[in-house]
Design a protein around this ligand. Structure first.
Ligand code: SF4
Ligand code: SF4
Length: 452
């Protein structure tokens, strides 16, 4: 007799547990000293998929944002508000506060199957519930902050509170805000504040997965959206209202799709228990309008979803391609055209050009860097490095500014009217790792011959 009982709620709880565990553990996992995701504003560093990028390399961000937004469009078109019910932190926190703390632990609510009933005021217990949730909020917000301040630094900051009052202030205030949101705003946040709730309905089509009451089997309960018949006039719905009592957003799914529905499927579970006793499946299903009408399977592969999938794959491929071209050193060259001179030194002519090199070691290890100059052989130029004479060391993530002086012994320029500009290529490289090098284009100026 148990064959018709759906267990979406249990499956959701298991999903919450797995997601929470992953989100909690992930900041502690490091590969080559890099995190899975870390946007470190203090050290101007981005870690993505255990690869370290400098904030100057944030060219990956547009790809990430495109993936995020098109991913949301894709998932919503395919499976409706699956995010809201199965992974949204707001829903998870509400389950923890309402069902675990208020109902199971403190027994302020008597039954998780009735979320509409107001229970007698129990001021002390309510305060205890809020305090317990505030402690959970502190842990949750700390967990969130670890994606911006890695745990190893976060805990050292906590040990030194007085010097990191800003971080502590953010932690306490955001936790307080979260506590207010979950204990007071509750599902009103989903209904009135969440922007996703507003936009998702425009992405729905007749093949999108939704929570749907089967009017053909259950019977039409509402003459219109507001007028309720006292007794169901037809169909299998017995009017027990178990589906209404359990609904966390206080709606009646038998009215049809509503903005307030977070697709938690608790009503489907409740109805399945009622209908199972009558040896019938739930009147509320997680299906699409077309699938319910035609009693077939949901059509997941369709023009819109395939289109989104193709675009997602293209962006992912571009992200991998661009990410794989990551340079383990950064070099910016600033050159002032006035920075050249002709000198006579020990009877020899010396033409010098000066440059400002901005080096950054974006690798995880310290390296010694130097560079070499490449010119077109046909030009017969004799450019060499005057300064610095030796490689220099840079710690991981460190930046340095170096004045570089290049010199040539022969002036190739016999023209008295204008300077000759020779293109050069600068190859900067790590002396201790032949895989780390960058090429930059620049110029060397041979000044015009003096007419004297
Ligand atoms: S109508 Fe059903 S699926 Fe929608 S929020 Fe209420 S209980 Fe959840
Ligand atoms: S739980 Fe099922 S049978 Fe009961 S009122 Fe809701 S739809 Fe009708």
């Amino acid at each position: 007799m148990m064959q018709y009982i759906t267990n979406y709620t249990k499956k959701r709880y298991i999903t919450y547990f797995i997601i929470t565990l992953i989100i909690f553990i992930l900041p502690f996992v490091r590969i080559n000293n890099n995190h899975f995701f870390l946007l470190d504003f203090i050290n101007k560093k981005l870690n993505l998929f255990f690869i370290s990028f400098d904030t100057q390399e944030l060219y990956l961000m547009p790809f990430m944002l495109m993936l995020l937004f098109i991913g949301i469009f894709f998932i919503t078109t395919l499976a409706g508000r699956i995010w809201c019910a199965w992974s949204c932190p707001q829903t998870i926190f509400r389950v923890i506060y309402r069902d675990l703390i208020q109902t199971k632990l403190l027994k302020i609510r008597k039954n998780i199957n009735n979320k509409q009933k107001q229970y007698p005021r129990n001021f002390i217990k309510k305060i205890i519930a809020i305090l317990i949730f505030y402690i959970i909020s502190l842990i949750a917000i700390s967990n969130f902050l670890w994606y911006f301040v890695p745990p190893e630094i976060f805990f050292s900051y906590l040990a030194n509170l007085q010097e990191h009052l800003l971080l502590i202030g953010i932690l306490l205030c955001v936790s307080l805000f979260l506590t207010l949101d979950v204990t007071w705003w509750a599902e009103k946040f989903c209904i009135y504040v969440c922007p996703y709730a507003r936009i998702q309905s425009v992405m729905f089509d007749h093949n999108t997965m939704q929570v749907i009451y089967d009017e053909k089997r259950g019977g039409i309960i509402y003459k219109n959206k507001t007028k309720l018949y006292k007794k169901p006039l037809q169909g299998d719905c017995i009017g027990c209202e178990a589906c209404v009592d359990i609904c966390p957003t206080h709606i009646d799914i038998r009215k049809g799709m509503q903005l307030e529905c977070i697709n938690c499927l608790e009503c489907a579970d409740a109805c399945s228990k009622v209908q199972n006793k009558l040896n019938r499946p739930s009147l509320i299903e997680w299906t699409s309008i077309d699938a319910m009408n035609s009693k077939t399977k949901i059509k997941f592969l369709r023009f819109k979803t395939i289109g989104y999938l193709i675009v997602l794959l293209i962006i992912l491929a571009l992200l991998i391609l661009v990410g794989s071209k990551k340079e383990n050193m950064l070099l910016n060259i600033n050159r002032n055209s006035e920075l050249y001179s002709i000198n006579q030194k020990d009877g020899n002519l010396e033409i010098t050009n000066a440059y400002t090199f901005l080096f950054q070691n974006t690798d995880n290890q310290a390296h010694e860097y130097y560079f070499e100059i490449e010119t077109d052989e046909k030009l017969n130029s004799d450019i060499e490095i005057l300064r610095p004479k030796k490689p220099f060391k840079l710690e991981p993530g460190a930046k340095t500014k170096k004045i570089i002086v290049l010199k040539a012994k022969n002036n190739l320029n016999s023209n008295t009217q204008k300077d000759i500009i020779v293109p050069i290529i600068i190859k900067a490289y790590a002396v201790d790792d032949n895989k780390i090098f960058v090429y930059r284009k620049s110029i060397f100026i041979y000044p015009k011959k003096s007419e004297k």
